[in-house]
Write a protein that binds this ligand. Structure first.
Ligand code: NAD
Length: 485
């Protein structure tokens, strides 16, 4: 078992002020796979102090040099990909091939996209011809606290730490206590890439401890958070006292509108997309709304696809889905499956209990409910597991109404071969993102929601600007060469 109690503060690994052991559990076999320490106020203070001390130097480092240092993280990634993917796989249960091909590569993908967008940032912007001598100067916001979840752990770290550092901010990352190992490797990447001491710091801890210490810290200017809507609300309240900027990426209950004219593989795509990462994606298309004329056929196909999805341990190669992250999630998902049955939805695949052949590990049967009606618990609440709710509809208007009738608004999906309808729904669906016919977001786009899915815009130029502050300077002499260029 790995023992990794130290925190990365001011460019070096330091022992916790008062060690508080926390066992990281491998969800494939329920065995402890690592011991970390949960930080306390003294650790948080030390990390914030290091970030604060490093801020003036890093903010004054020319953007091109910051970009060069951040890009060097990718060399570390290339050299240590296997180890990185194995850490993700072991601690949160992503099958190794999925960890290698989908989870870990989020780091180079986002980093490359940020580096491209970064070239477009105008640090000093003339207000316009109507206001000669008026400038908008873009500056790093300062010390930022980054709080991330376990489900796509590297994705979230990349979407926060990379733009923060490029923008000239210094940061303290508190990764999920469920998945700290990949984050500690990321800290090593930063170190070995030559990111100056204090620019990136990491303190492990839980939400009540380091999470809330960062959210309330007077020297932290901003919290960038991804996780549950519950924690997002707690952080917003905690951060109110110091009036920090808070950006939130929260839960979702994505609607996937499948029309009779959808492409042939639309049902299969929809089920596989739902079950990917064992359903633990905030943008999972967890409500499949199906046009009545193809409903029975679609339900039968969906059940067939779900039944064909293999479940297995994360360390095994292959295209199976792994366990869910922990016992709490497993029990919560089981509770939702039972609720679906109790409230009268029709179980057509999967169901309660461990899949056949398993007596340990947090495995869940890929589960599908048909005849789900709006308002049922499994239609309203985020399950965060491999459970799909299928809801019939008769008209496009009804489908839009059902899709939008949710407190969430992250990603909605459309399956239809009619491009006019696709565009129309692209506008009508209340969500931060709409994906039509399986087309995922392109390079340089952002990830983010509306309503209780949070309103962050992470990725591309929007994701960089989240970490910048705009300052109005009037009387600016644009004829002088600017230091920020
Ligand atoms: P969580 O909210 O329990 O934990 C997320 C992180 O927040 C962890 O690091 C945790 O320690 C910390 N935390 C918890 N309570 C806190 C508090 N009061 N103050 C400060 N920090 C706190 O969520 P989770 O169980 O790790 O992740 C699953 C949730 O995250 C799901 O609801 C999912 O939809 C959401 N999620 C959203 C996105 C998105 O981009 N919108 C992406 C991934 C996950």
């Amino acid at each position: 078992m790995l023992t990794k109690r130290d925190f990365y503060i001011n460019g070096t690994w330091v022992a916790p002020a008062s060690p508080c052991d926390y066992q990281v559990i491998n969800p494939s076999n329920e065995e402890p796979c690592a011991v970390i320490s949960l930080g306390d106020q003294a650790d948080t203070d030390a990390a914030v102090a290091a970030a604060k001390a490093a801020l003036p130097g890093w903010a004054a480092t020319p953007p091109k040099e910051r970009a060069r240092l951040v890009a060097a993280i990718l060399d570390q990634y290339d050299a240590r990909l296997q180890e990185f993917a194995e850490a993700i796989s072991m601690e949160m249960g992503a099958p190794i091939d999925f960890a290698l091909e989908e989870q870990a590569p989020c780091l180079p993908w986002h980093t490359q996209n940020f580096l491209t967008a970064f070239e477009e940032i105008e640090w000093v912007r003339p207000l316009g011809p109507q206001a000669p001598g008026s400038a908008v100067v873009m500056e790093p916001i300062g010390v930022v606290g980054l709080i991330t979840p376990w489900n796509w752990p590297v994705n979230q770290i990349a979407l926060k730490a990379i733009p923060a550092m490029l923008a000239g901010c210094t940061c303290v990352l508190k990764p999920s206590e469920e998945s700290p190992l990949n984050a500690m490797l990321f800290a090593e990447f930063c170190h070995d890439a030559g990111i100056p001491s204090g620019v990136f710091n990491l303190v492990n801890g839980d939400g009540a401890g380091v999470g809330s210490q960062l959210s309330t810290h007077p020297d932290v200017e901003m919290i960038s958070f991804t996780g549950s809507t519950r924690a997002g609300k707690a952080i917003s309240k905690a951060a109110a006292e110091t009036l920090k900027r808070v950006t939130l990426e929260l839960g979702g209950k994505g609607a996937n509108l499948l029309f009779a004219d959808a492409r042939d593989n639309a049902v299969e795509w929809s089920v596989r997309r739902m079950m990917e990462n064992t359903g633990q994606s905030c943008n999972a298309p967890s409500r499949l709304l199906v046009e009545r004329s193809i409903y029975d056929k679609a339900v039968a196909k969906a059940a067939e696809v779900a039944n064909s999805i293999a479940v297995g341990p994360a360390h095994e190669a292959g295209p199976h889905v792994g366990p869910v992250v922990n016992k709490r999630q497993w029990e919560q998902i089981q509770g939702y499956i039972q609720k679906g049955i109790d409230e009268g939805a029709r179980l057509v695949a999967g169901g309660p209990g461990l899949p056949e052949g398993f007596n340990r590990g947090f495995y869940v049967k890929p589960t599908i409910f048909a005849d789900v009606t709006p308002g049922m618990t499994i239609e309203r609440e985020e399950i965060f597991g491999p459970v799909l709710a299928i809801v019939p509809f008769d008209t496009e208007e009804e489908a839009i109404r059902i899709a939008n009738d949710t407190p969430y608004g992250l990603t909605n999906y459309v399956q239809s071969s009619d491009p006019v309808r696709g565009n129309r729904l692209g506008h009508a669906l209340k969500a931060g993102m709409v994906e039509i016919n399986g087309k995922s977001r392109g390079a340089g786009s952002f990830f983010g929601g509306v309503k209780q899915s949070g309103r962050a815009r992470e990725g591309g130029v929007w994701g960089l600007e989240e970490f910048l502050e705009a300052k109005s300077v009037s009387g600016y002499d644009f004829t002088l060469k600017d230091a920020a260029e």
